[in-house]
Ligand binder design. Sequence first.
Ligand code: FAD
Length: 411
Amino acid sequence: MSKHLVIIGGGAAGFFCAVNAARMNSALKVIIIEKSNKLLSKVKISGGGRCNVTHACFEIAEMSKRYPRGQNFVKKTFHQFFTTDTINWFEERGVKLKTEADGRMFPITDSSQTIIDCLLREANKYGVEILMNTEVKKLSIVNGEWSIKLSGSRDLISDFVCVASGGYPKSSMFDWLKELGHSIEEPVPSLFTFNLPKHPITKLMGVSVEKAKVKIIGAKLEEEGPILITHWGLSGPAVLRLSAWGARELRVMNYEFRVMVNFLSDYNEQSLKEKFLQIRTSNPSQKIIGKNIFSLPNRLWEFLAEQAGITNEMRWADLPAAIQNKFIKNLCAYECEVKGKTTFKEEFVTAGGIKLNEVDANTMMSKKIPNLFFAGEVLDVDGITGGFNFQQAWTSGFVAAKTITGLVRET
Ligand SMILES: Cc1cc2nc3c(=O)[nH]c(=O)nc-3n(C[C@H](O)[C@H](O)[C@H](O)COP(=O)(O)OP(=O)(O)OC[C@H]3O[C@@H](n4cnc5c(N)ncnc54)[C@H](O)[C@@H]3O)c2cc1C
């Protein structure tokens, strides 16, 4: 009698579990159940349609630091399937990946469809069955087997179940998993941008700074990296990373807080004051606006200068001390009030999910119920932006597949 594996969710984690399990053991009957009418829909839109598959980081200890939730958990799982395995897995199936300057890895085609086609090809090759427009409503164990209640009052029986249903925005959406005895870490959004409603700096939309420091006042949260000024506020990798590390704290603040931006992150107020002194001595007759000495975008330099009270004609030699101090503060410690968040269209994840102490990281099996597995974003694991979330989906899906096929072999 062949064994059955039902995978709930036709996303990255569900597909990776399905195609690997079916390949590793041809006697295993694998079925993916997807509630929507689309497969791999997040893969499709991911990375602006290019799919940031993973990150070029080849040290497990280093890689695991990019997960605000689940660091220790992913560290264990990466020993079984890591970034190099992802790269090789796709390459062996004709999908070559390339690395961008910031470490993000994409298919060389720059199209997420390449990843989707590869996964669909594998599913077809190994006979994975797919049920779409079908939602799993309830899981229960009847006579030692899984009974899976589907929408449309159908039932399925299976030996193994892998839940790869992704992140749910509301705690109540996890009820069908809570009924099994699993507990949930409250879901909250991660990877969002900061709204600065009606703030004058938003006039500079499109302006970016390669290396800025952003700090949340009153919290121990600070990130350095590229920032982008948008028509609604602040965005860019440094801001997204801050939102990930602060996902829970910022939720408690109801997304209302003050940030301090250092646009010249190689300086602090003291060292910039010394630099200003040098400039005043070496270029006393040079106008301040019009000649930006720090390779900041000109529009930003002018904006910060004007906000400090510097006029178009003002020269370095005439800069009054009070205005100079204000300008230095604007450059190194610019404070603004954040009110609200915007979820980033390029990447967005949910922090929270199935509590990690209830899942064995070495097998992805529930510690509470045998033959129940979890993979992907349904777990309380989330990474910062850069390909870390897909890596966790591939890894957890693979580990679950390996364990399940191992168990089938044993029986
Ligand atoms: C716009 C956007 C861009 C992103 N870009 C990137 C990126 O470039 N790189 C990166 O690493 N990460 C990216 N992410 C994050 C990444 O997409 C997710 O972390 C990843 O897709 C999670 O995979 P998953 O399989 O766990 O869940 P999902 O992809 O969410 O798949 C879960 C599936 O389960 C189905 N489902 C849920 N409940 C049920 C049920 N009861 N019955 C049946 N089916 C069910 C859902 O319909 C869904 O199709 C992005 C996210 C977004 C939103």
